[in-house]
Design a protein around this ligand. Structure first.
Ligand SMILES: Nc1ncnc2c1ncn2[C@@H]1O[C@H](COP(=O)(O)OP(=O)(O)OP(=O)(O)O)[C@@H](O)[C@H]1O
Ligand SMILES: [Mg+2]
Length: 235
């Protein structure tokens, strides 16, 4: 089942009196349960693509179709998605409050998610600033999946974490996916991380998709010169 279709997507930022194009004719699809990687150099347009998919970038042209409940996003810096004014329990209940879930069910589901991301009930009353970076990312992931979206867009979700914690967060993402047949669009500049978690990979260069293939084929036999360059740089 298709959970995301992107067709001929272009995007711009204002630049003086004109505008500068940062995405150019991007098309791809994503099926339920798949993990799609998006790799490319800094500034090539990965975050802009993520924002455009979530409807957060206005200046675009093209078509984005997604399944409901709407896709959720996990950011590199989980401070961006966790409100410092509220406890984790409040933050986890919020997406459910928004869709009208009753009080008892909200509470139960929030406690269940805290448990599943490895935080446990004692974290319910904590504020984001009272957590470590890895714990904050666990909480942000819990908040992203609590309303059972079909798609989570994860933009460099482990880049700010040290290697041991990276491993734990990648394991957590893989585990949540197994249980819920979630899909991820997983954005990273780190090819080693992408290799571990993705089924397919999109390679972006200057706002265009230059190559798309399943992970093993892409790593074994890259076709586009830019993909070869990225792989060489990662070795
Ligand atoms: N708010 C903005 N206003 C103007 N230009 C922007 C804005 N945000 C990003 N850009 C430009 O758009 C281009 C794409 O940026 P984007 O953040 O999508 O890149 P990225 O691939 O996510 O990079 P990184 O790997 O560093 O996160 C860059 O040239 C960037 O400078
Ligand atoms: Mg980015």
């Amino acid at each position: 089942m298709r959970i995301l279709e992107v067709e001929h997507l272009s995007a711009w930022y204002p630049s003086g009196r004109t505008r500068r194009q940062v995405l150019e004719d991007v098309s791809f699809t994503l099926d339920r349960g798949q993990v799609l990687g998006l790799v490319g150099e800094s500034g090539c347009g990965k975050t802009t693509l993520a924002r455009a998919i979530l409807g957060l970038h206005r200046a675009c042209a093209g078509v984005v179709r997604h399944a409901f409940p709407r896709p959720q996003m996990v950011f590199q810096d989980p401070y961006g998605s966790l409100n410092p004014a509220h406890t984790l329990l409040w933050t986890l209940e919020e997406p459910l409050r928004a869709i009208g879930t009753g009080r008892k069910e909200r509470r139960d589901r929030a406690m269940e998610l805290l448990d599943r991301v490895g935080l446990g009930p004692e974290y319910a009353g904590r504020y984001p600033q009272e957590l470590s970076g890895g714990q904050r990312q666990r909480a942000a992931i819990a908040a992203a999946v609590i309303a059972r979206p079909a798609l989570v867009v994860a933009d460099e979700p482990v880049s700010a974490l040290d290697v041991t914690v990276q491993r734990q967060i990648l394991d957590l993402l893989a585990e949540l996916k197994r249980d819920d047949s979630l899909s991820y669009l997983f954005i990273s500049h780190d090819l080693n991380v992408v290799y571990q978690i993705c089924d397919r990979i999109l390679v972006m260069d200057k706002g265009r998709i230059v190559e798309e293939n399943d992970t093993d084929t892409l790593f074994a036999a890259p076709k586009h010169p830019f993909t070869k360059k990225l792989l060489e740089a990662a070795e």
